[in-house]
Design a protein around this ligand. Structure first.
Ligand code: G6P
Length: 356
């Protein structure tokens, strides 16, 4: 595999750009030429269908990917799904359902917090599946089942393509358990094309990042539903490499406290891809704008309005996180560059955290 930066100044940018290819590679691994699913054995799907609840356990960016995946397992496979932070679950195990099934999400397969949970649930005799980018890692070896994320080596500390891969593989797995009601394979092909289109437009995000974030100490990402999940990931990406304190927020919660932090010029990025809550989110954007925020809206085509910073191409609404996350990765990248920092090696962080 290619672990060379090539002409790229940083691995992160290379890995952001690779996401269209990753989407295609995953599809060619998990679908045969006739469009039938392959590579997910009945042993896995049978066990999952027996479960009365799925527990997704992960850390960091992988946890955020789990928040998105939950929607696929619940809406397509019709299995109630809980998503947990591994460091919390390890020492504060919630009351479990009668027939739980565990899904560990991990880029490295080595995160100590997640390993601790896997150890615990194995001792309790529960089945577990690991979705990991590094196969033959501890989490893949020690779980009953493992499926590859196929993102290729991810070197930058800030995870990008592993997130995308986790969302896609969860979608495919959920579609093996229940019908999404549309042609997922075709829609994923569209996702790959549109990811490519967004990454081709990177100068736009460079300009936005330089303008909105070069001199800021704090920022917000807001959204509702799936957009709130992406807001968490977007905020993590921006804060971990640019050191701008950033909160990702379920937009409806702003009024219960956080809106008091908005000052003149505070950047508030709004993600708007879910039609059901479009009107509410527009209201929230107006409320923060009225308090001086610099609002930057990324909206999907059918709900976009004049003045929005970027119009996201449209795919099935449940797959919109795969597109909405891309501008936020590029914003984090360019904001960090504008501040003169090392994009690939933020202070105090490790790519894989093998201690608890
Ligand atoms: C570290 C990395 C993050 C990653 C998290 C979980 O903190 O810096 O990018 O999301 O670990 O890692 P995993 O390998 O389990 O996905």
């Amino acid at each position: 595999e290619d672990t060379d930066k090539g002409a790229y100044p940083y691995y992160m940018l290379k890995e952001v750009d690779e996401q269209a290819i990753v989407a295609r590679n995953i599809a060619s691994h998990y679908y045969d030429e006739d469009g039938n699913l392959q590579g997910i054995g009945c042993a896995i799907t049978d066990k999952m269908k027996e479960a009365d609840r799925l527990y997704i356990v992960a850390a960091g960016t992988s946890y955020h990917a789990g928040l998105v995946g939950k929607r696929y397992f619940e809406q397509w496979a019709k299995i109630p799904t809980a998503v947990h932070i591994s460091s919390e679950f390890a020492y504060d195990q919630p009351m479990l359902s009668e027939k739980p099934f565990f899904i560990f999400l991990s880029q490295s397969g080595e995160t100590a917090d997640s390993r601790e949970v896997l150890d615990n649930v194995k001792k309790q005799g529960f089945p577990a599946l690991t979705l990991a980018n590094v196969m033959n890692s501890t989490l893949t070896r020690e779980a009953d089942f493992a499926l590859p994320l196929l993102a290729g080596p991810e070197i930058a500390v800030a995870s990008t393509k592993a997130y995308t891969a986790q969302v896609i593989v969860q979608a495919i797995l959920a579609s093996a358990l229940g019908n999404p009601g549309f042609d997922l394979k075709a829609e994923l092909a569209k996702v790959a094309v549109e990811i490519q289109a967004i990454t081709d437009d990177k100068e736009k995000f460079k300009a936005i990042a330089e303008d909105a974030l070069a001199d800021q100490h704090s920022a917000f990402y807001i959204g509702r539903g799936l957009d709130a999940c992406v807001a968490l990931e977007a905020a993590l990406k921006l804060k971990e490499i640019s050191y701008i304190q950033t909160e990702g927020f379920a937009a409806g919660e702003l009024k219960h406290g956080t809106i008091s932090l908005i000052e003149d010029g505070t950047p508030v990025f709004a993600l708007l891809t879910q039609k059901k809550t479009e009107g509410l989110l527009r209201g929230e954007v107006a409320q923060v704008a009225a308090r001086g925020a610099n609002t930057i809206v990324f909206a999907s085509k059918s709900v976009a309005k004049e003045g929005d910073a970027f119009v996201l191409p449209e795919v099935n609404e449940l797959l919109m996180p795969l597109l909405a996350v891309i501008p936020t990765q590029l914003i984090a990248y360019y904001a960090t560059l504008a501040r003169g920092l090392d994009v690939d090696r933020p202070r105090n962080l490790a790519k894989s955290v093998t201690v608890q």
